[in-house]
Design a binder for this molecule. Structure first.
Ligand SMILES: Nc1ncnc2c1ncn2[C@@H]1O[C@H](COP(=O)(O)OP(=O)(O)OP(=O)(O)O)[C@@H](O)[C@H]1O
Ligand SMILES: [Mg+2]
Length: 234
């Protein structure tokens, strides 16, 4: 479905990501984990077309994307949930969704079934939403674009644990539906492992390890070594 080969690039003159390759089958969920600043966001922004590519190729369903502008990558089937969320503050929930909607299985109604709080807040403005609701809206907005591959950058960032749990229920449903492939960047290791079919660990702009969630659960030493955190997962 998505084939990234030897991708190198960054921002302005600075190269952040070097020679990164990643493949996803249809319906597959891959989590990218790694310390702050290792280039996780830059990787997603290179795939979506917002960061500057130096070399490498990106294919979606066999179609080369790397030379296309952002909106055409979107049209080809890439959806991005950016780390900065980027919800229109002065549009309502419904308006934010309809601005991004494209024909397909994911309708506004279906998004609101997945995230019931969005239905309750349908007429509220973007700026009136809580952090959790904003994140749900950012995911919903990507879904109504009916992507084949969804790039999600830290959907749980800044959310209280109870809200993370609610969001997880919806994300688990989404992941198990196998209706789209997902690249998930996630700092909370438990969340990353629970949702993923496969995990890649990044360090300094490169993928340094690929493993199944079970392998990583069984290798706390590797996790704390590469993540530099107390990745105490069970
Ligand atoms: N929009 C941008 N413009 C310029 N430089 C950027 C931009 N986004 C990230 N960078 C730089 O790229 C480098 C890698 O950052 P990146 O955001 O990709 O890391 P990350 O792994 O997503 O980190 P975090 O876990 O903190 O989100 C950093 O030096 C950062 O300052
Ligand atoms: Mg980031």
């Amino acid at each position: 479905m998505l084939e990234v080969e030897h991708l190198t690039g960054g921002w302005g003159p600075t190269t952040i990501v070097e020679d990164l390759s990643l493949r996803l089958a249809a319906g597959e969920v891959v989590s990218i984990i790694g310390r702050n600043g290792v280039g996780k966001t830059t990787t997603l922004e290179l795939i979506s077309g917002r960061a500057r590519r130096v070399s490498g190729t990106i294919r979606l369903d066999g179609k080369p994307l790397e030379a296309l502008p952002v909106f055409e990558r979107c049209r080809a089937g890439l959806g991005l949930v950016p780390q900065s969320r980027e919800i229109f503050p002065n549009l309502t929930v419904t308006e934010n969704l309809s601005a991004a909607a494209r024909r397909g299985d994911w309708t506004m109604d279906r998004v609101m079934d997945l995230f019931p709080s969005l239905r309750r807040r349908a007429r509220n403005l973007g700026r009136q939403l809580s952090g959790g609701e904003l994140q749900m809206l950012a995911i919903g907005r990507a879904l109504v674009g009916n992507p084949k591959v969804l790039l999600m950058d830290e959907p749980t960032e800044g959310l209280a644990p109870i809200i993370v749990e609610q969001l997880m229920d919806s994300l688990k449903m989404l992941a198990s539906s196998k209706s789209l492939a997902i690249v998930l960047v996630e700092q909370i290791v438990e969340v990353a492992l629970e949702l993923a079919d496969r995990c890649v660990i990044m360090d300094r702009g490169q993928i340094v390890h690929t493993a199944s969630p079970d392998e990583l659960r069984g290798n706390q030493a590797l996790l704390s070594d590469l993540m530099g955190l107390h990745a105490n997962v069970s």
